[in-house]
Design a protein. Structure first.
Length: 256
């Protein structure tokens, strides 16, 4: 009589995600290296990689980040880059007539030191101490049109195997095709404090956390690269999440 077959463990499909970059090309290269090392160890060569947006602002090399991401997306169909609110503010400023994101407070602008637009333009050699009209003229002349077109065309979400990746979050209870860009770019209140099971695990950045946070319904991965913190890369398998480090995977313990 043939013995019963041993049960075979089947691991959930893997998806990699990287948090808000904010112009830190050096940290982005390290995060990519960690993803590639994990692919080699775990045999996940075909697994997708999503970046949750905010390529630009506050860091020293937004231009370099955009150039790298453009090249990567063009040559690697596993890679998705989402549009963040800072990416969108750059696009709006670079139009024929510069505009501000309507979500911003009226006393702020993209070039306010708190938001980091000055750092982005400086990476293109633009002198932001000049009058605004001249700053805009230089932006139009010195920022490659391909960079703005790339940012403008970025998707706002990615759905893959039980994961919904967005920049900031979602409006709970609203179908994805009815979510507004403003919510996907900016939402905090009404999302971060919501405990609804969204069906998919919502993977997001935008709101800085000290360490990657795995909640029952969402995964927060913006660990503050914009403010001197690390740029986190994670591997997601179902509801299991692993922080990628130079020493390998580190399980992220669920909260709540």
């Amino acid at each position: 009589m043939q013995s019963a077959a041993r049960p075979r463990f089947v691991r959930a499909m893997t998806i990699y995600a990287i948090g808000d970059i904010h112009g830190h090309l050096d940290l982005l290269r390290v995060a990519h290296d960690r993803v590639e090392a994990d692919r080699a160890r775990e045999g996940t060569r075909d697994a997708p990689l999503v970046h949750v947006g905010d390529l630009v602002d506050r860091g020293p090399d937004s231009r370099g980040v955009i150039a790298l991401m453009m090249a990567l997306v063009a040559q690697d169909d596993r890679v998705t880059v989402l549009k963040g609110n800072h990416d969108n503010m750059f696009v709006l400023f670079a139009q024929d007539i510069p505009t501000e994101d309507p979500h911003l407070r009226r006393d702020l602008s993209w070039l306010h030191p708190r938001l980091g637009g000055q750092d982005t333009l400086a990476s293109y050699g633009i002198d932001t101490s000049l009058p605004m009209a001249e700053v805009h003229r230089q932006t139009r002349a010195m920022v490659p049109e391909a960079h703005i077109a790339f940012l403008d065309a970025l998707p706002l979400s990615l759905v893959h195997d039980g994961v919904l990746a967005v920049h900031a979050g979602i409006r709970p209870g609203v179908p994805l095709d009815r979510q507004t860009p403003q919510d996907l770019f900016w939402i905090r209140g009404g999302f971060l404090d919501d405990v609804t099971d969204h069906g998919a695990l919502v993977v997001h950045g935008h709101t800085t956390v000290i360490n990657v946070e795995l909640h029952p319904n969402r995964l927060a991965i913006d660990t503050g690269a914009a403010y001197g913190g690390p740029l986190s890369a994670v591997a997601i398998e179902g509801r299991d999440v692993y922080l990628l480090t130079d020493a390998g995977r580190k399980p992220v313990r669920p909260l709540g």
